[in-house]
Ligand binder design. Structure first.
Ligand code: HEC
Length: 105
């Protein structure tokens, strides 16, 4: 009987610790807005933008060049197969966030 009580106490404690350690949604809250935006890009440009053939690497690009290129894609000044559609989907502030983010990858 005593053993049973100890076992149930441990089981309760383990469930509590397990419950705290595994909180659904914790990882979603831990993802920043720029990481969420970048996850769209990484689907083509590889993990952290490191490149995934045949798509070019966008990691470590100079942030001014990155922003110029994205704006040129959006305006049509820079011919592109697909990037015009992606570049047009973001505000200037968001493109700056992405430029900053990828310059540090
Ligand atoms: C559907 C695949 C796809 C997605 C998604 C995508 N790209 Fe691209 N990206 C390309 C391709 C392909 C090129 C090469 C130019 C072209 O053909 O359009 C490119 C080129 C680029 C370049 C120029 C690289 C260089 O040095 O010439 C940048 C910068 C870039 N993408 C940034 C982004 C960002 C930021 C996102 C997310 C907002 C993104 N891309 C999403 C396919 C994609």
């Amino acid at each position: 009987m005593t053993n049973f009580r100890i076992i149930t106490r441990y089981a309760f404690a383990a469930a509590l610790v397990g419950g705290l350690g595994f909180t659904p949604g914790a990882s979603a809250e831990g993802v920043s807005r720029v990481e969420l935006m970048a996850s769209q890009c990484n689907s083509c440009h590889g993990i952290n933008g490191a490149g995934a053939k045949p798509n070019p690497s966008i990691a470590g690009e100079n942030k001014e060049d990155f922003l110029d290129l994205m704006q040129a894609f959006a305006s049509g000044d820079e011919p592109t197969s697909i990037m015009d559609r992606h570049a047009q989907g973001y505000t200037e502030a968001e493109l700056k966030m992405l430029a900053e983010y990828y310059s540090k990858q």
